[in-house]
Design a protein around this ligand. Structure first.
Ligand SMILES: Cc1ncc(COP(=O)(O)O)c(C=O)c1O
Length: 404
């Protein structure tokens, strides 16, 4: 029977939309549409949180891959354990010891296929549909939708210049149900660019310990402060109540899809089980590449180059915002990472995105970064992938669109 004959026997084409899982209701790709437009040629594109390929370490990776393909085929091209290759975990554990002053104990560290994988594994391991999760408002879209995809209610807690508002979170805990977890991005937050102060970190850890709330700290941009400094991580302050998730997507390259999760052994063990029916293990070749890259002592030099590049771009962004933006528009001044966050009073930034698109400039409207609050006057600019002259030209055009 040919396909045509089979099709002629069925009355109508089946619309599979009606068969999609109930939990997919309301999940749409508004952002996907905006990002697709942004990628058109000629557009100055402040959208994705992408590292600049200019700093991909291609020269140093080539000999490493060569070495692995000749001397390490048995491991690098094979399936790996779900918790990660032992030598890779050992290397990541040592990196954490150097950075955070603490090495994960037995069973407290696993390798993940990047940051979003760690978020999904946590959600699969911890969340039932009736559970609540708390995130900063605004927060990383991938995490908010990752938690919501498991049917849990995602609640928002406000932020200010010092990061998550711990008093507001305390008030929420005093009156509402205990959330299963709090998700926070303490450094150079996506999308706001803000960094949590030390006082806030200590207060947050005390509060979560008192109420038995698991903290999930996402340190995606931690290594990318412009001056190389960093405050103690939440995991370093209290590893018993914190899972730290990290990624090499921003600091080495995202094509490798590699990261880690460090936290209480019983949580990490369940995440490794959850990985067995997602991708089973992070790709072994990527694990061994990143491991060798770190063992060869190349990671620190890589970070020095990246911090210098993103510092130039972050500073250029702030200079151009000051030069071009109309009175009333305000923004965060990042000390690292990829982002600045604008408040444009009286303007719906989803509409503005269309007007800006007519002038060949693109950004991400802020509305979708809010889990609970309805906010239309914010937008995110990512400066990581744009040359300084284009940053200036792009912000000049954006200012014209706002004035119009
Ligand atoms: C805060 C944060 N966490 C995680 C990720 C995703 O990391 P990965 O690409 O490793 O999945 C991103 C990427 O935009 C991010 O901004």
């Amino acid at each position: 029977m040919t396909q045509d004959e089979v099709m002629s026997e069925t009355a109508e084409r089946i619309d599979w939309t009606s068969r999609l899982a109930r939990r997919t209701e309301g999940q749409n790709s508004v952002i996907g549409g905006i990002l697709a437009l942004a990628n058109a040629s000629g557009v100055i594109n402040f959208t994705g949180g992408f590292p600049d390929p200019e700093v991909f370490p291609t020269d140093s990776l080539a000999p490493i891959v060569d070495r692995l393909l000749t001397g390490d085929v048995q491991v690098a091209l094979q399936y790996a354990p779900s918790e990660g290759i032992a030598s890779t975990r050992d290397t990541f554990g040592e990196l954490l010891r150097q950075r955070e002053g603490r090495r994960p104990g037995p069973g407290e560290l696993m390798v993940t296929s990047g940051g979003i994988d760690a978020i999904t594994l946590l959600a699969k391991s911890l969340l039932d549909p009736a559970d609540e999760v708390v995130v900063e408002e605004p927060s990383y879209l991938g995490a908010v939708s990752g938690f919501a995809a498991f049917g849990s209610t995602v609640r928002g807690v406000p932020m200010d210049v010092d990061g998550l508002d711990v008093d507001a979170f305390a008030a929420m805990l005093a009156t509402g149900p205990r959330p299963k977890l709090l998700y926070t991005i303490p450094e150079h937050q996506n999308p706001s660019g803000r960094t949590q102060s030390l006082e806030r970190r200590e207060a947050l850890v005390r509060l979560c310990r008192r109420h038995g709330v698991l903290i999930v700290e996402d340190v995606a941009y931690r290594e990318l402060s412009f001056d190389g400094s960093r405050l103690p991580s939440l995991w370093a302050i209290d590893p018993e109540i914190t899972v730290q998730i990290g990624t090499f997507s921003k600091t080495i390259f995202p094509g490798v899809r590699l990261g880690w999760a460090a936290g209480p052994a019983e949580v990490i063990a369940q995440m490794a089980v959850a990985k067995q029916n997602s991708d089973q293990c992070a790709g072994a070749l990527g694990q061994r590449m990143v491991e060798e890259f770190i063992r060869d002592g190349l990671f620190d030099a890589q970070l020095v180059r990246e911090r210098a590049l993103y510092r130039r771009r972050g500073e250029a962004t702030v200079r151009s915002l000051r030069a071009h933006m109309p009175a009333g528009v305000t923004w965060t001044e990042p000390t690292g990472g990829f982002f600045t966050w604008l408040h444009v009073p009286g303007v719906d930034t989803t509409e503005l995105a269309l007007r800006a698109r007519d002038r060949d400039v693109a950004f991400v409207p802020g509305a979708s970064f809010f889990a609970e609050r309805v906010e239309h006057e914010y937008l995110r600019l990512s400066f990581s992938r744009i040359s300084e002259p284009d940053i200036d030209e792009g912000l000049r055009r954006l200012a014209l669109a706002i004035r119009a």
